[in-house]
Ligand binder design. Structure first.
Ligand code: NAD
Ligand code: ZN
Ligand code: ZN
Length: 344
């Protein structure tokens, strides 16, 4: 089968022919119908050999949707031909967090060498994808595969990030979304669908700001040095109750610190890795800072339900498997608006 592989540190991904996997006991083989392209892949491919925890070559793609092609011995719960989304942050299924569905915070995955598809295990940018356990599948129940693929990460991650702040996002509150890309444009919609907050989206280009407005942002502004003052102006001097940073680099983290209100939340989702000084006098009083990772199994079900209700719609551009290396370059150059989805 065809697959998109990251083969060696410092090289671009390539489309190659690899053996079609066979499902072992408990495993499920999917025929991939759509695979979303996440900015994290670019991050992974920028790591040096000693930074990278992954064995190479690696088939990329951690936002996968497919139809059940083959069941390994002993699998029950899905049927051949059924359309399913893949829950990506695989855990052990047994530890305290996994037992609550929070496999994204599995405490034993490293010890047991359990890794997500596309982030250690062969990923979804291929004709077939092997899923380790039926519990990592969620039926699409009528959702379009191309629509559903980005929801498994670009939808699920902001959904989880926003959920912790919902009690603060009451009528009259303000949420700021920094970076209206794949995750950010879905964050805007999730905020609109699940909270009463006024949403301000910040990005660098007109196209991104236009999309943010189209999907429901009340206000949009350039993410530059004037942004904190603009946010203070729009909030009567108070600042934003919640700031979600989908970039995480020095200028955006600084912007978050300068824009947040007293007792507000700053949530850093972007993996830019810039530090945010926390301590007395460094941030407004009682600001809470979090750096969440992906989301839980039950939250993925909630996100798909939200999409089915019509409240969530990914803005997608589709491409064939052969085009993938070039699409990564477009993503790197900031030329993808919304999410790029590969249709093998
Ligand atoms: P993307 O490339 O689709 O979107 C990023 C957006 O940020 C783009 O629209 C870009 O124009 C904008 N941007 C860049 N610099 C900016 C700045 N200085 N100010 C404002 N906007 C700026 O990326 P994505 O796939 O949506 O991923 C967003 C980030 O989230 C990445 O860092 C990715 O690695 C990370 N991520 C984290 C998790 C997690 O679990 N924590 C999960 C998925 C992705
Ligand atoms: Zn991702
Ligand atoms: Zn676990």
């Amino acid at each position: 089968m065809k697959a998109v592989q990251y083969q060696q540190v410092g090289t671009k991904p390539v489309v190659v022919e690899v053996p079609k996997p066979e499902p072992g006991p408990g495993q499920v083989l999917l025929r991939v119908t759509a695979a979303g392209m996440c900015h994290s892949d670019l991050e992974v491919m920028s790591w040096s050999a000693d930074q990278s925890p992954f064995e190479l070559p690696l088939v990329l793609g951690h936002e996968g949707v497919g139809t059940v092609a083959e069941l390994g011995p002993g699998v029950r719960g899905v049927t051949e031909g059924e359309s399913v989304a893949v829950y990506g942050p695989w855990g052990c299924g047994v530890c305290r967090n996994c037992a609550q569905g929070k496999e994204n915070y599995c405490t034993r995955n490293e010890e047991l060498d359990i890794r997500p598809p596309g982030l250690g295990r062969p990923g979804a940018m291929a004709e077939y994808l092997l899923v380790d356990d039926v519990r990592h599948l969620v039926p699409l129940d009528g959702l379009d595969p191309v629509q559903a693929a980005p929801l498994t990460d670009a939808g699920l991650t902001p959904y989880h990030a926003i959920k912790r702040s919902v009690p603060k996002l009451v009528g009259g509150s303000t949420a700021v979304v920094i970076g209206a890309g794949g995750l950010g444009h879905l964050a805007v919609q999730i905020l609109r669908a699940t909270t009463a907050a006024r949403v301000i989206a910040l990005d660098l280009t007109d196209e991104k700001l236009e999309l943010a407005r189209k999907v429901g942002a009340h206000e949009v502004a350039r993410s530059d040095e004037s942004a904190p003052a603009r946010i203070r102006e729009l909030t009567g001097g108070l600042g934003a109750d919640v700031v979600l940073d989908f970039v995480g680099i020095a200028p955006t983290v600084k912007l978050a610190a300068q824009s947040v209100a007293i007792a507000g939340d700053i949530t850093i989702v972007g993996i830019g890795g810039a530090p945010l000084p926390v301590g007395f006098g460094l941030l407004p009083y009682e600001v809470s800072v979090a750096s969440p990772y992906w989301g839980s199994r039950s939250e993925l079900i909630e996100v798909l339900d939200l999409a089915r209700s019509g409240a969530l719609r990914a803005h997608v551009e589709t491409f064939g498997l052969d085009e993938t290396p070039e699409v990564y370059e477009r993503l790197r150059a900031g030329e993808i608006t919304g999410r790029a989805v590969i249709v093998p």
